[in-house]
Design a protein around this ligand. Sequence first.
Ligand SMILES: Nc1ncnc2c1ncn2[C@@H]1O[C@H](COP(=O)(O)OP(=O)(O)O)[C@@H](O)[C@H]1O
Ligand SMILES: [Mg+2]
Length: 267
Amino acid sequence: MTAETGRAPIYEVRDLVKVYGRGHPQPVTAVDGVSLDLWPGERLGVVGESGSGKSTLIRMMAALSRPTSGEIRFFGESIVGRHERELAVLRRGVQLVFQDPRSSLDPRMRVADIISEPLRSRIWRDAERPDPHQRVAELLVQVGLPPDAASRYPHQFSGGQRQRIAIARALAPRPKVLIADEAVSALDVSVRAQVLNLITDLVARHGLSLVFVSHDLAVVRHLCDTMLVMQHGRVVEAGNSAEIYADPQHPYTQQLLASVPRLRRTS
Ligand SMILES: Nc1ncnc2c1ncn2[C@@H]1O[C@H](COP(=O)(O)OP(=O)(O)O)[C@@H](O)[C@H]1O
Ligand SMILES: [Mg+2]
C-alpha cells in the first residue's frame, strides 16, 4: 500500500516461475522469475514475441495454470495452491478475452447464453448474482450489437462481432480486471481499431484494470499506461509505455520496435 494514496495493488506477483515438462529430458521454463504489481485502473501491456511466456503468465494470474514457484496475491490474498471453491473472488473479479472467438465461443449456444454463462456459475451467492436477462440486454448495447443478437448463434456473426460477444461475456460478472490475450490479433486491420476502441471505452467506463497481451508494441503503446517486455520468460524492460516506446533501453525492445511498421511508429 502506498502512503500517499492509501491504495493497494489488485495483483502482486512475485518471482513467478512456470516449468513445463519437469522431470522430462528437456523441460521448458516458460516463465522465469516474473514480478509485477497491477493497480486499480492501470492498463498494463505485456509484450514479447511468440513463445516469450505471455500466455503462461496470464494463465497463472487467472488461476488457470499452477505456478511451479512464486507468489500471486489478488486483493492481498494468496491464490497459489488454493482449492477451486476458495477462488470465488478471483473467478468473479478476473475475466479473459482470447485471440480466437471461434474457438472460445461455444457454437451450439445462443449469444444470450454465452454472455450470461459466467453468471450461472456456483461461485455466486444468489443475492449477489446479477439478473442474466437484464445483464445481456445492457451488455449488447455496451458492445454495440443489436438486441436480436441475443437469440442468434456465434457463426451468424463476423470475426469482429464475435469478439464483441466475447467482451460482453467477460464484462457480465462485473469484473475488476480484464485480461485480453492477443484479443485483436486475429482481426482484419479495419476491424481491429474498432475493437481496440471498444476495449478502451469499456475499461474507462467501468474503471477496470486491464492486462493486455500482445506481440504488437504499437498497439500496447496506444492502449496501455505501463508495459512489461518479456523475452524467454523474463521481464527485460518495464515501465511507462509511452516512454519505453519513445526510448527503449533493452536491445530486445529496440528490436521489437524496429519490426513495427514505419507508418504506425510515427503516429
Ligand atoms: N502446455 C504447455 N506444455 C508445454 N510447453 C508449453 C505449454 N504452453 C506453453 N509452452 C511453452 O512455453 C513457452 C511459452 O509459451 P507461451 O506462454 O504460450 O508464450 P506466448 O504467449 O508469449 O507466445 C513456449 O516455449 C511454449 O512452447
Ligand atoms: Mg500467447
